[in-house]
Each structure stands twice: as structure tokens, then as C-alpha cells.
Design a protein around this ligand. Structure first.
Ligand SMILES: NC(=O)c1ccc[n+]([C@@H]2O[C@H](COP(=O)([O-])OP(=O)(O)OC[C@H]3O[C@@H](n4cnc5c(N)ncnc54)[C@H](OP(=O)(O)O)[C@@H]3O)[C@@H](O)[C@H]2O)c1
Length: 269
């Protein structure tokens, strides 16, 4: 019987592409999203269910109903996430908490609910992190903090889960041309104005980001890495989705005192 994968955040971007590719790879796909009326036509024949990863009731009931209806759960793809731009002095603590809720606690809640079933199936947890889960980036304080939390949690969980037969992988995209930037909802001019003393630095950051996104991967390309994390016999713990992402992450991982990263990211602003 074909394996069952539950994917979060499939209304657009990488999650949608992963749902389509997983179905083509022979999985029974449960594609979850906050608003099922937004389901893409290409998800025809896919089991689409409503799920908000920040709603504990929604998380447990969806996982239980998937196992009830499909009889098993072989893989969880934690893909849902949202960016945020700001810096601590001018941002609110409330915003930091919200960014943590979707990007980190959502991942914790999903993984906790899925784990007994993944253990029974000898399954996999694949979590879409970011290069921002390894390298802190200007004006991404809340977002990178949440993605660092995801990586710390998953890196710690990996050996424990492996002893139970469950493989844990994080996928680290760089820039991907999805709805991600639009969903952050930054109006360039008003954000620069509201940034006060940080305005010039933010302007530099936003210009650099626009350049980076002009060479962005497609969601399909990024999703292919998720599929390899699902299907490769023994995927590594950390998988980047492009050569650029691999080189960027490698800078940090070889940078014991932080000098190389500070030099690089200061150059952005
Ligand atoms: N695009 C990039 O450059 C990039 C780079 C590195 C990492 N990533 C990561 O890749 C993942 C996918 O992002 P994307 O690029 O495909 O962006 P996207 O097109 O904005 O997709 C994000 C998805 O997450 C969903 N989502 C947001 N909050 C949710 C919640 N509370 N519960 C359930 N779903 C929720 C969104 O659903 P709604 O439609 O309901 O809002 C949407 O389907 C994210 O984890 C992101 O951090 C993206």
C-alpha cells in the first residue's frame, strides 16, 4: 500500500509544489491548508484538509483523522511558515511571539501529534527550515530566531527519533519565488519611514533582498529537495535546496567566531 504523507501549508509555493510532486512519486498525499477554498486545481484527487498549525485542536484532530481514514502516517512535511521583517527596538514583543507560533510552535505541535504514528510506520519528519535557520540575517531577527529554534529542536530530536526508526531532516531553501515575500506584506516606502534611525539600513537590506530574489529558485526546484528527503534511502540531517544555499550555510558552519558571517551580512546593509 502506498505511503501516506501529510504536508502543511499547501495553499501556495513550496508546499503546493511538494504536494503535487509527492503524489507523482506515489504517495497518498494529505495536503493541508488554513482555507481549503484556496486549494489549487492541480491538487485534484489529493486529500485536502483544513489545518492551522497554530491551533492545537486543529493539529491533533487532523492527525488523528488522517490515521483513522488512511490507516497510517508515514511522513510529515512541516512546511507552513511565514516571514517577518523588523528589528527589536521598533518591533513589538507580540510580533516576535506570533512569528514563533507559526514557524516554531506549529512545527513542535505537528511533530508531537505525528510522532506515535511515524514511530509505528518507521517514518520521516521533513521540516522546511531556511538558510535563515543557520545564518542570522539583518531585519530577520524574529524569523531567524524561530527557524534557529526549529533547527535546534530537530537536530536534538534526530538521534533520539533515529533510535525509534524515524528519520529527521531539515530542508534549507535560499530565495524561492513563492508567495513568501508578498505574504510578509512589507510596503517598502512606509517600512523605511517607520524604521526611524534604521531606515537607511533597512533600505539597503530591501534592495539586497530584491537582488537576491531576482535569482530565486522556483517552488518546484525547492520542493524536489523535500521529495528526496522523503524518498532517499538515508537522507542526511541537513539538505539545502540549491548550490547558493549550500555555500551560504557552509560559511556559517565553518565560522567558529562569527566573523565571516558578520562581515558578509554587514555588506548587505
Ligand atoms: N520563499 C522563500 O524564499 C523561502 C526561503 C526559505 C525558507 N522558506 C520556507 O519555506 C516554507 C514555505 O514557504 P513558501 O516560500 O512556499 O511561502 P508561501 O507561498 O507564503 O507559503 C507558506 C504557506 O504556509 C502557510 N501558512 C502560514 N501560516 C500558517 C498557519 N498558521 N497554519 C497553516 N499554514 C500556514 C500559508 O498558508 P496561507 O495561504 O493560509 O497563508 C502558505 O500555504 C516556509 O516554512 C518558509 O519559511 C521560504
Amino acid at each position: 500500500m502506498s505511503p501516506v504523507v501529510l504536508i502543511t501549508g499547501t495553499s501556495s509555493g513550496i508546499g503546493l509544489a511538494a504536494a503535487i510532486q509527492a503524489q507523482q512519486a506515489g504517495y497518498r498525499v494529505v495536503a493541508t491548508m488554513r482555507d481549503t477554498s484556496r486549494a489549487d486545481d492541480r491538487l485534484e484527487g489529493v486529500d485536502v484538509r483544513r489545518l492551522d498549525v497554530t491551533d492545537p485542536e486543529s493539529v491533533t484532530s487532523v492527525v488523528e483523522s488522517v490515521v483513522r481514514d488512511h490507516g497510517r502516517l508515514d511522513a510529515l512535511v512541516n512546511n507552513a511558515g511565514a516571514g517577518h521583517i523588523g528589528t527589536v527596538e521598533t518591533d513589538s514583543v507580540e510580533n516576535y511571539r506570533k512569528v514563533m507560533e507559526v514557524n516554531y510552535f506549529g512545527v513542535v505541535a505537528m511533530t508531537k501529534a505525528a510522532m506515535p504514528h511515524l514511530r509505528a510506520a518507521g517514518g520521516r519528519v521533513v521540516t522546511v527550515s531556511s538558510v535563515g535557520g543557520v545564518v542570522g540575517q539583518p531585519f530577520n531577527e524574529a524569523y531567524c530566531a524561530a527557524k534557529f529554534a526549529v533547527e535546534g529542536m530537530m537536530e536534538s530530536l534526530a538521534p533520539v527519533a533515529a533510535q525509534q526508526g524515524v528519520t529527521v531532516t531539515v530542508v534549507e531553501p535560499g530565495a524561492v519565488a513563492s508567495e513568501f515575500v508578498a505574504n510578509v506584506g512589507v510596503d517598502r516606502e512606509s517600512a523605511i519611514e517607520a524604521a526611524g534611525p534604521y531606515g537607511a539600513s533597512l533600505q539597503g537590506y530591501l534592495s539586497r533582498t530584491a537582488t537576491a530574489f531576482s535569482g530565486a529558485q522556483t517552488p518546484d526546484e525547492a520542493a524536489a529537495t523535500i521529495i528526496s528527503a522523503l524518498t532517499d534511502e538515508q537522507p542526511p540531517f541537513r539538505l539545502q535546496t540549491s548550490d547558493w544555499a549550500r555555500a551560504f550555510v557552509a560559511t556559517k558552519l565553518a565560522d567558529a567566531d562569527g566573523t565571516a558571517v558578520q562581515k558578509l551580512t554587514t555588506g548587505w546593509i
